[in-house]
Each structure stands twice: as structure tokens, then as C-alpha cells.
Design a protein. Structure first.
Length: 228
DNA sequence: GCGACAG
DNA sequence: ATCTTGTCGC
């Protein structure tokens, strides 16, 4: 109940079949317990490798607690709608490697706001059987009306007449963030959690911190290979 | 055929 | 995501 095998489709056709099969396991239910420990996971890329980092934070204080790193060869190209097959594997391994299992994981990408309702956050959540939330910097699918300029303003993100997430202002005057439930969470959970993680920047603290680490490691890796 | 298109 | 210098605004 904490680990399905990581799918490794060889092409888009197989990947789409995986997305459709995983949909049967998707659960959009309210977060069961109030999170005490949350995690954020992200990845950076070099010519042929992916550097994934997962970080643990106390919640709601957001004190950094621990991190885990996974570096491996990339096995899938970036194709819009199939991001989970490019960075998902390494990100999942990094989360599994954490010394403690978080109550919730935030990912840099979409949850159900996806053509097949199976974005990065949803896929990672199902494969790990953990509550997840998608926190993307731009839209993949759906329509929304621009929210007010103030922090906390939001509007519903609709796709095919269905509410799949929200366009949320995490900083006054800044571009919105597109949040959507991944697995075992709801749109309300996603908005509440993401907004509570906003600390003066558009990108929420857990994701910002993890993204920085990912880039530092990537540069170190490139320097190491070059001087070799 | 044209435009859209997470990271 | 990655490449890549300076520059506009608070």
C-alpha cells in the first residue's frame, strides 16, 4: 500500500495507456488528518541526467527537516502532458528515500488539471499512495478568469465543464499559480495548503527551497563531469 | 490544417 | 526544464 512499481513506458502510446489505467486508482477525498510533516519534490536536468530532490518540512511552520537526493539517467523526453514519465521516477525514489514519510507531498506541476486527469502530482500520489497536491507555474488545460490582484484571490480552473483546480494569487500583483489536487486531496485542500505555504514570494516556500537545491546539485554535477 | 502545449 | 546579459522597477 506504499509502493506500486514505477511504470516505464517506451513511448507516448504506452504512456497514455498507463495514465488511463492509473485513473481507476485516483481518489479525490478530503485530506484525512491535519498535516504535521509535508514534503516538496522537484527535479533539474543535465544533458542526460535528472537530479531529483525531496525535502521534508514541519507544517505549518515550514522548518526544514531533511532532504534526499536521487540522480539517474533520463529515460523519457519532455512531452507536454507526459511530464510524469520524465521526472516522476526519480522524484518518487527521492520521496521514498526520505527518512520519514510525509503527510502530504507538493509537486511542481499539475494534479488532475490534465488532459487525462493524471498529471505529475496525481501519478506520483497514486504510485506512492500518498496525499499530493499539484502546484504549477503555468496552465496545461482548462480556463479561468483572472483573480483579483491581492494575495489569496483565486478563481476556479474549469476543464470540460468540470472544476479541476484553481488559479491562486500567492503574492500581490504576481502571476497566479495553478493548483489542483493530486491524490487523496481536494481542490479546497490544495488551495488552503498552498496559500498557507506562501511566504512573500510567488513560488511557495517548500517548492522554492527544493528547487534551489535541485539547481545547486545540478551545477555541482556538471562541474564534476567536466573536470573529469 | 491551425493553435496550444506542466517542466 | 535549459540557454543566457543586461536591465527595468520597487
Amino acid at each position: 500500500m506504499a509502493g506500486l512499481r514505477i511504470p516505464r513506458p517506451k513511448d507516448v502510446r504506452e504512456a497514455r495507456a498507463v495514465q488511463r489505467a492509473l485513473k481507476a486508482r485516483l481518489e479525490l477525498i478530503p485530506l484525512q488528518k491535519r498535516p504535521k510533516i509535508i514534503a516538496a519534490a522537484d527535479a533539474a536536468f543535465t544533458e542526460d541526467k535528472v537530479v531529483a530532490v525531496a525535502c521534508l518540512f514541519s507544517y505549518p511552520r515550514l522548518e526544514f527537516l531533511a532532504e534526499s537526493v536521487v540522480i539517474e539517467k533520463v529515460t523519457f523526453p519532455y512531452i507536454s502532458g507526459f511530464l510524469a514519465f520524465r521526472e516522476g521516477p526519480a522524484v518518487i525514489k527521492a520521496i521514498r528515500k526520505l527518512k520519514q514519510r510525509p503527510d502530504l507531498v507538493i509537486l511542481d506541476g499539475q494534479g488532475i488539471a490534465h488532459p487525462e486527469g493524471m498529471g505529475l502530482a496525481s501519478q506520483v500520489g497514486i504510485l506512492l499512495d500518498m496525499p499530493t497536491i499539484g502546484c504549477a507555474k503555468s496552465r496545461l488545460v482548462g480556463e479561468y478568469r483572472e483573480p483579483g490582484r491581492k494575495k489569496g484571490s483565486r478563481s476556479v480552473l474549469k476543464y470540460k465543464k468540470r472544476a479541476v483546480g484553481a488559479a491562486l494569487r500567492t503574492r500581490e500583483g504576481a502571476k497566479v499559480l495553478l493548483v489542483s489536487p493530486g491524490h487523496k486531496t481536494t481542490i479546497k485542500d490544495a488551495v488552503r495548503i498552498v496559500l498557507s505555504c506562501a511566504r512573500g514570494f510567488r513560488i511557495i516556500e517548500p517548492v522554492r527551497c527544493t528547487d534551489r537545491k535541485t539547481k545547486v546539485l545540478k551545477k555541482a554535477l556538471e562541474r564534476a563531469q567536466k573536470g573529469k
